[in-house]
Design a protein around this ligand. Structure first.
Ligand SMILES: [Mg+2]
Length: 196
């Protein structure tokens, strides 16, 4: 059986997508509900001025990451596939968030082989470096970029990532569906290898 390289984003993909919202609401004097967040960019979504969210993030980012809620099923699904496949976390978080990110993954017993903090949303280069087979994401623009670069993508369904998808991007709501997708992908890959 081939070991797949599975790349996984962190925020909104293995964490709940809106763990920052309560704090941001009270900081900026807003009262937005998760369903009202229709775009990925937080300043645009909350009607803030340029630079507002960066200042908030500089002060509370680490604390927010430390307390992020995990999506249900993540630990079990990743553990199961880590027995056979490689698990690489690839996040747009800055390098300064490395310690808190690793501590958070450990505290939730999430198995991994590597973590890359890119400080940017451009993930195609890292996907190439890691010989990515499947990339799991929540950001619509990332899914399109990775798809265009030839990668198979799972897009975790969120209020801010609606939109048409190319055939190599699969929208899934729950990590138990991710579990089945990887299992079936792995079987399909092996049968293709046998034919070739
Ligand atoms: Mg994300």
């Amino acid at each position: 059986m081939k070991n797949l390289n599975i790349c996984i984003d962190i925020d909104g993909t293995v964490t709940e997508p809106f763990y920052w919202l309560d704090k941001a609401n009270s900081y900026f004097g807003k009262n937005l509900k998760p369903r009202e967040i229709r775009v990925y960019d937080i300043e645009e979504a909350m009607g803030l001025l340029p630079g507002d969210y960066d200042r908030f993030y500089d002060e509370f980012g680490e604390e927010l990451h430390r307390g992020a809620r995990i999506r249900s099923g993540v630990t079990e699904v990743i553990r199961r596939h880590h027995l056979t496949h490689y698990i690489h976390f690839v996040t747009a978080r800055d390098k300064r968030m490395k310690d808190v990110s690793i501590e958070w993954l450990k505290s939730h017993n999430i198995a991994l082989d590597s973590i890359s903090l890119l400080g940017s949303h451009d993930k195609a280069g890292k996907a190439a470096e890691l010989a990515c087979d499947i990339f799991i994401e929540d950001r619509y623009e990332n899914a399109l970029q990775l798809s265009e670069a030839g990668y198979d993508v799972i897009l975790i369904d969120c209020s801010y990532n609606k939109g048409p998808l190319p055939s190599n991007v699969t929208r899934l709501k729950h990590w138990y569906q991710v579990d089945r997708f990887i299992a079936e992908y792995s079987v399909m890959y092996d049968s293709l290898e046998l034919v070739l």
